[in-house]
Design a protein around this ligand. Structure first.
Ligand SMILES: Cc1ncc(COP(=O)(O)O)c(C=O)c1O
Length: 398
């Protein structure tokens, strides 16, 4: 598909040309197994370690603290399940209502009874109207039975950033493991785990211009770790399975690139995001911003256009090649607003019409201009044909 305006970078990102180039030799001539004794295989292992060092540098970690996984979901699962397996005497989990399903659904599963399955107690903390967590409520939820607290660094739908340092410090003071799902934060905001009270941190390659199928888990040195995937001695016996060498090399390169692009992400990308927001707020009545305007990822904007369906907006944007996401998912024929917007108490009429724009360094001013040109008439047109929108128009005429 040509001429796509891709504003859905929190869903996935384009593989960077530099990343594609870096991984190519490992899809062609350098196909050896890093565990092999022979030189041909062994030389590949050096590239795996180089990629580990590059990723560690992006996070402020030591290379030995990086475990490569298959995706963000696996990293989240490995972190939480390891905390439970290594502390069988503890049975309580603390998390939030706005986590990605990779954490949310795992915790819900763990809290359900089942034959031969230990049962865990789950505290899912709510958020306020801007998606913020109450630090006092978090502290109050921790107890001597808590095995792990897991709070995302930044929300994938709204971009709201959580006070990770404060939350981690509260856990550390009580000897409780702290995990953060940083899948949406890595590469977008500076992270230095050396200076933060974080024990476990999850990330995913395809959110930072590496291909799909690779993720990583940061495990602070000294943290007890119980493997999720049991097999061979790869990854220092913390994850069995022959290393996905091309993907690991790709993630290393993407980490280097993200470090170089961090400044641009927080200046030019942020400016694109701010311009789309300002422009749409000025031209579309009954539009509202979802998320914390003060603590938000620089690339994410979630806007509700009241009285219209997000899915209809997306379909009409699609006709112009514009890719974005909506805050509702079509399940069993009914459009359910996202659990994130529901947790924030966003009214149904607004939650249904929410659209997420998420930018990357590959977006341009011309693309923002195009959205600002085509979207306001789309909203007007949809409101004209929506019963709610018509009702609202009549009310405002009165
Ligand atoms: C916050 C967050 N956590 C976890 C994931 C899952 O990552 P993956 O798709 O690599 O499994 C995502 C993906 O959208 C995400 O946004």
């Amino acid at each position: 598909m040509t001429n796509v305006i891709y504003l859905d970078n929190n869903a996935t990102t384009a593989v960077a040309p530099e990343v594609r180039q870096a991984m190519m030799p490992f899809l062609t001539e350098l196909y050896g197994n890093p565990s092999s004794i022979h030189t041909f295989g062994g030389q590949v292992g050096a590239h795996v370690e180089e990629a580990r060092a590059k990723l560690a540098r992006l996070l402020g970690a030591h290379p030995s603290e990086i475990l490569f996984t298959s995706c963000g979901t696996e990293s989240d699962n490995a972190a939480i399940r390891s905390a439970l397996a290594s502390q069988p005497e503890r049975h309580h989990l603390v998390t939030t209502r706005v986590e990605h399903p990779a954490v949310k659904n795992l915790c819900t599963y763990l809290a359900q009874p089942g034959p031969g399955k230990p049962k865990y107690r789950l505290t899912e903390l709510g958020v306020d109207a801007q998606g913020r967590l109450d630090v006092g409520a978090f502290e109050a939820a921790l107890d001597d039975d808590t095995a792990i607290a897991s709070v995302m660094w930044a929300n994938n739908e709204t971009g709201t950033i959580f006070p990770i340092e404060k939350l981690g410090a509260l856990c550390r003071a009580r000897g409780i493991l702290f995990h953060t799902d940083a899948v949406q934060a890595v590469g977008k905001v500076p992270i230095n785990v050396a200076e933060l009270p974080i024990d476990l941190l999850s990330l995913s390659g395809h959110k930072l211009h590496a291909p799909k199928g690779i993720g990583a888990l940061y495990i602070r040195r000294g943290t007890r770790f119980s493997p999720l995937v049991i097999g061979g001695h790869q990854e220092n016996s913390r994850r069995g399975g022959t290393e996905a060498v091309p993907l690991i090399v790709a993630l290393g390169e993407a980490a280097d690139l993200a470090r170089k692009n961090m400044g641009e992400e927080n200046t030019r990308v942020r400016a694109l995001r701010d311009r789309i927001e300002k422009g749409l707020m000025a031209t579309c009545p009954d539009a509202r911003l979802n998320g914390d305007p003060a603590a938000r990822l620089p690339n994410t904007s979630n806007i509700s256009f009241e009285y219209v369906e997000g899915e209809s907006i997306l379909l009409m944007l699609d006709q112009f090649g514009i890719c974005a996401s909506s805050g509702s998912a079509c399940t069993t024929g009914s459009l359910e607003p996202s659990h994130v917007l529901r947790a924030m108490g966003v009214p149904y009429t607004a939650a249904h019409g929410s659209i997420r724009f998420s930018f990357s360094v590959y977006n341009t001013d011309a693309e923002v201009d195009k959205v600002l040109e085509v979207l306001p008439p789309i909203i007007r047109r949809l409101r004209e044909i929506s019963p709610f929108g018509r009702q609202k128009a009549v009310q405002s005429e009165r």
